[in-house]
Design a protein around this ligand. Structure first.
Ligand code: CA
Length: 367
């Protein structure tokens, strides 16, 4: 074995053992010290984000870059921003059909395919990033997600999390539940359904179009992500008030979906590399947001004079009550969604009990 092939085999073994160490279930590569045959594969990744958009687009790019580096160039991934190959909201269909082998997006964009996708992404008053990862990797969540996506010839991998988001940007103050009535707001997924329950008019618009939609008055309010990303889009220039907390997206999981046939055609070591790259970015993106959000928050307040406000307690209480009703109705729609909700809810209740005496108690103690 020459040095180059030795490094390749070693790299594959490292990736596989890293995966085994973090709970992945892929078997060890079967090359057994023999150099893998020379292959060069070139994949396309379509995304729901503007190319290299901070956090989201750069996270997607990092998945592609890591796969190329970890595989020693045997599998390279060209990453496309929203609209470059397919529009943001056609990522799912493009990867399902094999037009692109991979896609990076938010699972809740695909609720028209199956309502249950929303549990794998963001649930109003649901789990934070830490809890979401616990459920997906070690609480049965990812198995359910894979079962669902198999219907569409897709394999999902958690591949990013923003942490708790902001509640959004509003041109007018939200002083009571009545202020939500008739409010045209960009808010996708279950959060939008909850807003509708309280008289609002939710819409979903790709991130790249939010500034214009706010500027032209197509919408009255929008949520996007948080200080880091909202500053990048200049949302502070089109709305006076930023509200918190992001009750609707307490720790949204982003996804890297892979076409099932393309994935299954890979040798086992490259499969392990794809999985490990997604896992690395799932972790790294949260770290990126944790660092960048605090810097951007300072800029928004100190340099741009943004008025940051907490949603009134009675508004949050009404949203919480409406969320419970929306979730119960959602779970009653079909057997699979009922199973996912049962699994999600059991994990969330357990996490709440433990986190009351760990995370929550610590935050309160830290002051
Ligand atoms: Ca959001």
């Amino acid at each position: 074995m020459d040095r180059r092939n030795f490094l390749k085999a070693g790299g594959a073994a490292t990736a596989a053992s890293a995966l085994a160490a973090c709970g992945g279930n892929a078997p060890a590569p079967s090359t057994g010290g023999v150099a893998a045959p020379e292959i060069k594969l070139h994949w396309k990744m379509v995304t729901a984000w503007p190319a290299n958009f901070p956090g989201l687009g750069t996270g997607a790019a990092k998945v592609g870059e890591l796969i190329g580096r970890m595989s020693g160039g045997r599998l390279t991934v060209k990453v496309y921003g929203a609209g470059e190959l397919v529009p943001a909201f056609e990522v799912f269909d493009a990867v399902s059909a094999g037009t692109a082998e991979m896609g990076h997006s938010g699972p809740y964009y695909w609720k028209g395919k199956a309502e249950a996708v929303q549990f794998f992404c963001a649930v109003p008053f649901g789990m934070n990033a830490q809890e979401q990862n616990g459920w997906l990797y070690h609480g049965g969540g990812l198995e359910l997600w894979r079962e669902l996506y198999a219907r569409f010839d897709l394999i999902p991998f958690p591949a990013g999390n923003t942490g708790v988001q902001l509640a959004g940007w509003f041109r007018k103050e939200i002083a009571s539940v009545a202020d939500l009535k008739g409010l045209k707001m960009r808010i996708p997924g279950l959060g939008g359904e909850v807003l509708a329950r309280l008289g609002g008019a939710p819409v979903n618009i790709p991130g790249g179009e939010l500034y214009t939609a706010m500027q032209t008055g197509t919408i009255d309010a929008t949520e996007w992500v948080g200080p880091y990303n909202d500053l990048a889009f200049g949302l502070n220039k089109v709305a006076r008030y930023a509200y918190y907390p992001g009750w609707h997206e307490p720790g949204p999981t982003l996804e890297c979906m892979v076409n099932k046939r393309a994935f299954e055609a890979l040798p086992e070591d490259l499969q392990a590399i794809v999985e490990a790259a997604c896992r690395a970015v799932n972790d790294d993106m949260l770290a990126d947001y944790t660092a960048a959000n605090q810097r951007a928050l300072e800029t928004l307040i100190d340099e741009h004079g943004v008025q940051l406000k907490k949603l009134p307690d009675d508004v949050l209480a009404a949203l919480r009550e409406a969320s419970a009703a929306v979730l119960d109705e959602l779970a009653a729609k079909d057997e699979f969604t009922r199973r996912v909700y049962a699994s999600f809810k059991a994990f969330r209740d357990g996490a709440r009990r433990w986190h009351e005496v760990s995370e929550v108690a610590y935050y309160a103690a830290r002051g």
